[in-house]
Design a protein around this ligand. Sequence first.
Ligand SMILES: Cc1ncc(COP(=O)(O)O)c(C=O)c1O
Length: 397
Amino acid sequence: MSDDHEMKPGTRLTSAGRRKEWTQGIVNPPVWRASTMLFDSVADLRAATRRPNDGLYYGRRGSPTQWSLPEALTELEPGAAGTMLYPSGVAAITTALLSVLSPGDELLMVDSAYEPTRSFCEGLLKAIGVTTIYYDSMIGGGIAALFTDRTRAIFLESPGSLTFEVQDVPAICAAAKARGIATLLDNTWATPLLFPAIAHGVDITILACTKYIVGHSDVMMGSATATPDRFEKLRRTTHGLGQCVSPDDAYLALRGLRTLGVRMRQHQEGALEIARWLETRPEVARVLHPALPACPGHAVWQRDFSGSSGLFSIVMAKGDEAASAAMVDGLRHFGIGFSWGGYESLALPVYPATIRSATRWQAAGPVIRLQIGLEDPADLIADLTAGLARFGAPANG
Ligand SMILES: Cc1ncc(COP(=O)(O)O)c(C=O)c1O
């Protein structure tokens, strides 16, 4: 529909996936909790098994609650054919990779990938005969120099985990397309709201919905959204591996999705205010935030993204692990924990050097990752001011 294409993403967030036949007039699709579906006759049951992707069939293939969320995510990615859901972001990453790789293939993996993504390459992928070659996240179109006859897929994560390098996704995808190589992107930081990945040339875009889509730190979920060329294989691999999500979790993720726009604006505003303030602090050597010039790939972020989210890192000018722990342990408004994307702020000492192999991470001081939640930035700045004093205290200097 032509006016569909005109719809702004914020409007799309409120309407996507709300088919009347699924909602029955209720605003949110209700929770359809089911394993067994009952049929009126053996003939009806047989007919349903011939059309397992269309209509109620068996719990693993979902019900309207689990169909509404992927349809909504597909609607947020112009050019996409469909979306599959997974019980975690990692399950989405691993299943999407398995859908494009076979024994003997080579995978090009970004060096700044999330650690469990790398572990999957070194574990299961290696065991089935897939070779992984890591590349510098700043390689851009130069990635073509790494292609061999066996290269079948390129995995991107932009911005990179812990260090936030922004990749030239369109240049990498153009090079890949010319050789029929599949491109997969972990788009968790931006979500389709800030970076519609399929429109930028990506074949399969992956979200850890656990983060911003769910938005309330209470559900694990992943998604993979693919182009028409790649969707059928993704769907078959997903079903073959038995991947599915519960209707209750799908309901909560869908509920989170509806407020993604306002939450992201607040995350962006708070994170930028705090990141800019941190840049002025003598204890901080660098602020790695894609929207600030000191971040590698900042110009690409300016060109391709429509905004920024709430996660970034700071590199300290000096100090050690004990100083980082002293700072983080005493924070009042920042929790200490893995994950991010919820409404609450988090702080975490991180160690990029241990998960880089194509490049070398070098910095004078330790790195701390901050997730800026929906609290008032003034309170967070006061908290961090006290934290920086603990970091710089003589015993830790
Ligand atoms: C960039 C990124 N991708 C994927 C994941 C994995 O998501 P999940 O924890 O839902 O498996 C994470 C989790 O922290 C992440 O940070």
